[in-house]
Write a protein that binds this ligand. Sequence first.
Ligand SMILES: [Zn+2]
Length: 265
Amino acid sequence: MRVHTLGSGDPEFAVVACLHGDELCGKNAIERFLAAKIPVEKPLKLIIANEEAIAEGERFLDEDLNRAFPGHENSESHEDRLAAAVLDELDGLQVLDLHSTVSFPEPFVFYHRLTSHTRRLLRATGLARAVNISHVGGGLINHVDGVAVECGLKGSDEASEHAYNVLVNFLASHRIIDHDHALSDPDVYRVTEVVPGAGYEFLGENFEEVEVGEVYATKDGEPEKVAGESFFPVLMSTGGYDHLIGFAAQRLGALSSLEDDPSDD
Ligand SMILES: [Zn+2]
C-alpha cells in the first residue's frame, strides 16, 4: 500500500485507488494529481491500495480485497491483511474510492446509506447517477463513511480521465483545492436484486429501463431471462462476472427529493 499525506495536520478526507489491482484509473488520476502539484488548502490522504496485485496485473492475489473488509492483521491471505491495514489508514476519514468496470463507459457513484455526509460526498463527485448498493453488502464503503465511483471501462483512457475529473471536483467541492467545480443532484437508483447466471449475453443497456416481459439476456440451451417486473440494469454485462449477469435496480428519483436513510442503530 502506498500512502501520500499532503498538507499539514490530520486529514478529514481520503481518496483510495486500486482496491482492485487491475483497475488503474484511480492510480492514474492520483499520480496525475500529484504531478500537477496543485497546492492543497486542507490536508488530504491519497492511497494506492493493492500494489502487489498491480505489480502482477491481477485484480487480487489471494481474495477480492473489496470483499475482505474488515480484514485480519495476521491472516495468511495478503488481501485479508491489507484490508485491515487500509481500514486503519482510513479511520475516521471521509472516503472517495475509485474503480472501473467492464460494463458501462459513463461514471456513476455507489453508496450504502444516505446520510448528511454521504449526500454531500455524492454531490461532490459532480456525477449524474448514484446507486444504493446496500442490498449487495460488503465493500469498503460499507465500513467507512464514503462513496465508490465506477469511473468507466477498465483499461480505457476515458476511465482515467473521468477518475481525474471526479477527483478534482471532489477535492474542490470540499475546498481542499481551489478549482472550478460543480455539485450535482444525481438521479438515484437502489439495487434490489442480484441477477445470477453464467455465460449469458446481456441484451439491454445499463440504466435504461427493462420493461415487464422483456427478454434481457439469452444463452444457448437455457431459457431466456425475462423481466418479471420492470427494472434498471446496473453493472450488467456479457461475461463481466463468473456467476452473475449483474444487478437490477429501481429508480428512486433525484437525490434532492430523497430523505436520509434511517440509521442502523
Ligand atoms: Zn473495482
